[in-house]
Design a protein around this ligand. Structure first.
Ligand SMILES: [Zn+2]
Length: 296
């Protein structure tokens, strides 16, 4: 199976809690362990201007492609927007598009990156600049091969940008399970928001997931899904607020892939957040999620 990754994902962001090199490190770990062959790594192409316009405003796309950011843009995104960072986020969009195409062809597509769910139509927020999930879904739906898409967002934080972009779009269902009291303070309205208390551990988390996800999938009947598999639900994460063990996160991932497979729904994996105190923990969780996708 192919894995989508670009060296451009690894922007330099010294001292920042978000370490873009976590994606490259997860891939390196999988290659070292023999789960992935170097020959199976597929580099994406950057999205076109027209692609970006499927989910973003003209003003934001123009600003982005001309690299004409203002200080307020970086402030909102809580991210220094260097050329390397802008390139990384652009390539992540290309990566999720490519992974989506792989999912349609073979049931599962893996982007070893992506999941920028806090990016809105007209701005970046929360370490996200472009919403790769929304652009990929819209681009793939435009081809007519997908009629009803579902975003399964299990990052610890609400997929607020994705929810806002797809608001009123009946063909896209946004499912977000996240901390009631974690970032973003002002939440958007997803098609379904499952809010969990801070400190939620494996048992309560998995019980909520097992109760809500199958029901939502049976009701909406998607023919395509994007899984936003944030590693920040882990108990030693600095920003997530949950208390899941690594084993609990593995069960979460296995459940999502099994539910998609059972219904024949092609699923695109994006890795999204992950800010564990120990960098290697985040890397291990991302690698575990990719393993779950590879061997489900
Ligand atoms: Zn997050």
């Amino acid at each position: 199976m192919k894995i989508v990754f670009s060296k451009d994902y690894t922007a330099r962001l010294p001292g920042h809690v978000f370490r873009p090199d976590k994606f490259e490190a997860a891939l390196a770990l999988l290659i070292k362990e023999g789960a992935v062959r170097r020959a199976d790594v597929l580099a994406p192409r950057p999205p076109s201007r027209a692609d970006l316009l499927l989910a973003h405003s003209k003003a934001w796309v123009n600003k982005y492609l001309r690299f004409a950011f203002e200080p307020a843009d970086a402030q909102k995104a809580e991210l220094p927007i260097t050329r390397g960072v802008a390139r990384a986020h652009l390539m992540n969009v290309g990566g999720t598009i490519l992974a989506g195409e792989l999912a349609l062809a073979g049931g599962i597509g893996i982007n070893c990156g992506g999941g920028s769910h806090h990016a809105f139509m007209d701005r970046g927020e929360g370490f996200c600049l472009l919403n790769d999930i929304a652009v990929a879904i819209r681009k793939i739906m435009k081809t007519g091969r997908v009629r009803r898409a579902m975003v399964i967002d299990l990052d610890a934080h609400q997929g607020n940008g994705t929810a806002a972009i797809f608001k009123g779009d009946k063909k896209v269902f946004t499912f977000s399970m996240h901390g009631a009291e974690t970032y973003p303070e002002e939440k958007e309205k997803s098609s379904l928001d499952i809010e969990l208390k801070p400190g939620t551990g494996d048992a309560a988390y998995l019980a909520a997931l097992r109760q809500e996800l199958p029901r939502a999938m049976d009701k909406f009947r998607p023919d395509f899904a994007v899984y936003v598999a944030g590693a920040d639900v882990y108990k030693r994460d600095l920003l997530g607020g949950f208390k899941l063990t690594m084993g609990g996160v593995k069960k979460r991932d296995a459940f999502v892939f099994a539910e998609c497979r059972r219904r024949g729904v092609p699923v695109t994996l994006t890795l999204s957040g992950g800010y564990a105190k120990k960098f290697t923990d985040t890397v291990r969780i991302h690698a575990n999620t990719i393993r779950a996708a590879l061997f489900c």
